[in-house]
Design a protein around this ligand. Structure first.
Ligand code: C2E
Ligand code: MG
Ligand code: MG
Ligand code: MG
Length: 292
């Protein structure tokens, strides 16, 4: 046992881990200043109608343009931001950016639905609903343009308080999406008790649609049927292949996002994309998808 402990202690202080801890610390102090330095940028990933590929809206996804490391992915810094509490300010920044953008686009006659990821620490704050309503009012954006994504695991952890946080926002017209559906420990009854508008099927299921085993196809079909019964719209996440797309379309999945259609992009590029993919251009896009 002594040897084991010794080994563990040795490993704990190994240069490898030391370096990781150090990198962690440096990143965290950098992140603290990232917002003020204008290094955080909100990207937009198009969401399309499965039926004809026309643009519906976008999911807002944060990017960190680090001065020396280049683009740091959310997978790397969101967990750090959550541990340190910085996620609350970062989340407020994203909401302000997205609402300002929504108002600007509306003034140009464009009304994409914009969805924003909300992390647990943000959502659980008592003043969260008031903050969102304030940001909407300040920006002049319509609440109906905004959709908030909360993960299945947040929704599950305390459905009663989640419902309480949703209520004033729903009353104002804000929509809610359950993110990463299928990855948590959802009891299906939560879906009937919480007023979600949208259910986002996690990429892990979508990417199995064109796989060798039928399980993912069965699962996706079942989720689609259930959502239809409950009056929920489904957005399929991470659609990468035409086989995945046609399966989803054939089973009446309303909307999708994924690299097959478009990757996340800066606001100005999304505006161009959205104008090109409005309804009247949908037939063109369909032709392009067919020949792609
Ligand atoms: P998510 O909310 O599930 O976002 C979807 C992720 O899938 C995004 O990764 C997106 O770029 C990626 N994706 C989209 N289509 C495809 C595809 O066809 N194939 C593959 N392989 N990936 C695809 P991203 O941007 O790296 O974000 C990762 C996660 O970080 C998000 O997962 C979300 O949980 C979190 N995140 C991103 N932005 C924010 C934010 O502003 N606030 C908070 N709290 N979390 C955020
Ligand atoms: Mg999301
Ligand atoms: Mg997701
Ligand atoms: Mg696949």
């Amino acid at each position: 046992a002594a040897k084991l402990t010794g080994g563990a202690a040795y490993r704990f202080f190994s240069p490898d881990l030391d370096e990781r801890a150090y990198r962690h610390l440096v990143l965290e102090s950098d992140l603290r200043q990232a917002t003020a330095r204008g290094e955080l940028e909100v990207y937009f990933q198009p969401q399309v109608a499965c039926s004809d590929g026309r643009g519906i809206g976008a999911e807002a996804l944060i990017r960190w343009n680090h001065p020396t490391r280049g683009v740091v992915t959310p997978a790397e810094f969101i967990p750090l931001a959550e541990e340190s509490g910085l996620i609350v300010d970062i989340g407020t920044f994203v909401l302000r950016r997205v609402c300002a953008q929504a108002a600007l686009w509306a003034s140009r006659g464009l009304n994409p639905r914009l969805s924003v990821n909300v992390s647990r620490a943000q959502f659980q704050r008592e003043d969260f609903p008031a903050l969102v309503l304030q940001i909407l009012a300040d920006s002049g954006a319509a609440p109906s343009q905004l959709e908030l994504e909360i993960t299945e695991s947040i929704a599950m952890s305390d459905p009663a308080s989640v419902a309480g946080q949703m209520a004033p926002l729903r009353a104002a017209g804000v929509r809610f999406a359950m993110d990463d559906f299928g990855t948590g420990y959802s009891s299906l009854s939560v879906l009937t008790r919480l007023p979600f508008d949208v259910l986002k099927i996690d990429r892990s299921f979508v990417s199995g649609i064109d796989g060798d085993t039928p399980e993912c196809r069965v699962l996706v079909r079942t989720v689609l049927a259930m959502a239809r019964g409950l009056g929920l719209e489904v957005v399929a996440e991470g659609v990468e292949t035409k086989i995945e797309h046609s399966f989803l379309r054939d089973h009446q999945c309303a909307s999708a996002q994924g690299f097959l259609f478009a990757a996340p992009m800066p606001a100005t590029r999304f505006e161009t994309w959205f104008i090109a993919h409005r309804r009247r251009d949908a037939r063109l896009l369909q032709a392009r998808l067919r020949t792609a």
